[in-house]
Design a protein around this ligand. Structure first.
Ligand SMILES: C=C1C[C@]23C[C@H]1CC[C@H]2[C@@]12CCC[C@@](C)(C(=O)O1)[C@H]2[C@@H]3C(=O)O
Ligand SMILES: O=C(O)CCC(=O)C(=O)O
Ligand SMILES: [Fe+2]
Length: 358
């Protein structure tokens, strides 16, 4: 039996005293513990791209005949793109937004009944990467993998079944979409299903697994000095992100600085994760992104974090490695990678890298 995502952080506890945290969502001013400077995060004061209006991650119509190449280009240049005509029913997007909103509106004491434990994967709490930063993030999260039934029962003693149903439908749609996006982007590199055996053993997608991360960024009294979610790359193959109609997500480009991803109603944001970077032998870039907050409207997002089954070794596709060079990365399972990330955070990718002899 391969390790499931639920077991990934056994032996990798994060000690974060969520239960002793006051209800920060209603603080009248920003406490020092939530005030960020470039000492807390070197990218905190990196410039906001002045060109964001002209240069932004592409919005790709999945029905366009050239969608594969557009996606491929976006994965190589940005590591992120938005998609329209993705086929996920609008009611389902509204449903997951409603669920997320009602979850975070619950009283803190109720949410804490479903708190994530130090070594746990699922439940309510601060972002796992919080332990790498000295300051607190202006957000709260809820992680789901497998059935949310037990946790949802604690949150909503009466209506948990309706909410479980929404999660199940949402995950089903996301799985189909994620695999479609993976094959479209690989197609642009000349890689087809026959080239990746672990992903084609069966068509019912049991070569993949996933988690859902619900995020809430409450209204903040001093948004310019606060951080919603600190810069990171996702440890996934792909992440599909739904954001409500409030801006906050930013992606980083070395040549542009921070670029705000404007919410486009009905569309979804897709991020290249570290495992896709490895699989593509570095051709696709896992994108550094963060979430900022604002003083007027609270923000919700739902990230579908998608990767291979835990026993699958991910390594660069041989076709993408030139014959006289070794692959850029050694092989790694999702579980191994998540554990490396839990200990070494943004050094994780370079730790998997093969060092070429000159
Ligand atoms: C499957 C995943 C991916 C995780 C860990 C685990 C469950 C929660 C995911 C996130 C979600 C929020 C950002 C992040 C950086 C975090 O702190 O928790 C993500 C992390 C990763 O992509 O590394
Ligand atoms: O809230 C957002 O826009 C980003 C969320 C995110 O990056 C994540 O959950 O991994
Ligand atoms: Fe992320």
């Amino acid at each position: 039996m391969p390790t499931m995502l639920t077991d990934v952080f056994r032996g990798h506890p994060i000690h974060l005293p969520h239960s002793h945290q006051p209800d920060f969502t209603s603080l009248p001013e920003l406490p020092d513990s939530y005030t960020w400077t470039s000492k807390d995060d070197p990218l905190f004061t990196a410039p906001l791209s002045p060109q964001a209006a002209v240069e932004n991650i592409p919005l790709i119509d999945l029905n366009h005949p050239d969608a594969a190449n557009q996606i491929g280009h976006a994965c190589r240049t940005w590591g992120a793109f938005q998609i329209a005509n993705h086929g996920v029913p609008l009611e389902l997007l509204q449903g997951i937004e409603f669920l997320t909103g009602s979850l975070f509106q619950l009283p803190v004491q109720r949410k804490l009944k479903a708190a994530r434990s130090d070594t746990g994967f699922a439940g309510y709490g601060v972002a796992r990467i919080s332990s790498f930063f000295n300051k607190k993030m202006w957000s709260e999260g809820f992680t789901i993998t497998g059935s949310p039934l037990n946790n949802f029962r604690k949150l909503w003693p009466k209506f948990h079944l309706n909410y479980c149903d929404i999660v199940e439908q949402y995950e089903e749609q996301m799985q189909k979409l994620a695999s479609k996006l993976m094959w479209l982007s690989l197609k642009s590199l000349g890689v087809s299903e026959g080239d990746i055996k672990w992903a084609t053993v069966s068509s019912d997608l049991n070569w993949a697994q996933s988690a859902l991360q619900l995020n809430h960024y409450p209204v903040c009294p001093e948004p310019d000095r606060a951080m919603g979610l600190a810069p990171h790359t996702d440890s996934t193959l792909l992440t599909i992100l739904y954001q409500n109609n409030t801006a906050g997500l930013q992606v980083f480009r070395d040549d542009l600085g921070w670029v705000t991803v404007p919410p486009v109603p009905g569309s979804l944001v897709v991020n290249v994760g570290d495992l896709f970077h490895i699989l593509s032998n570095g051709l696709f870039k896992s994108v550094i992104h963060r979430a900022r907050v604002n003083q007027i409207r609270s923000r919700l997002s739902v990230a579908f974090l998608w990767g291979p089954r835990s026993d699958t070794k991910i390594s660069p596709v041989p076709k993408l490695v030139s014959p006289d060079e070794s692959p850029l990365y050694r092989s790694v399972t999702w579980t191994e990678y998540l554990r490396t990330k839990a200990t070494h955070f943004n050094k994780a990718l370079s730790m998997i890298r093969n060092h070429r002899e000159e």
